[in-house]
Write a protein that binds this ligand. Structure first.
Ligand SMILES: [Zn+2]
Length: 119
């Protein structure tokens, strides 16, 4: 068997070791970026007088915190071997979607069916 990542049309979505490592790296990088953005924003908000803090700042804070939670969840699923599976219908999430949104939990169909949480 040659490495053939990305072609998961067969349904069962077992990532090989190399792919798993790559995803984990991406997630950890993403996590670091978000965490530092969050730290910067938190400081900015803390230093500003309350009346100068915009509602959108809180939204951004909330979004960043949410994505950190999502990333942690994805890392955990990666470890448990359930990464890439839709939490709604248990089908494999297409590789292309994971490429864009490595910590997404739902396939397009389930996501559209009722945007859970975030946003
Ligand atoms: Zn689904």
């Amino acid at each position: 068997m040659t490495t053939n990542v990305g072609d998961s049309a067969s349904g069962t979505h077992a990532l090989n070791d190399a792919a798993t490592r790559e995803v984990r790296q991406r997630l950890e990088e993403e996590r670091r970026t978000r965490a530092s953005q969050l730290a910067v924003l938190e400081q900015a908000v803390e230093r500003s007088p309350l009346e100068q803090v915009e509602a959108s700042d809180y939204t951004r804070l909330e979004n960043l915190r949410q994505s950190l939670v999502e990333i942690d969840g994805a890392l955990r699923r990666l470890q448990e071997g359930t990464y890439g599976k839709c939490e709604g219908c248990a089908q494999a999430i297409p590789a292309g979607r994971l490429e864009i949104l490595p910590y997404v939990r739902f396939c397009v169909r389930c996501q559209g069916r009722g945007d859970r949480g975030a946003r």
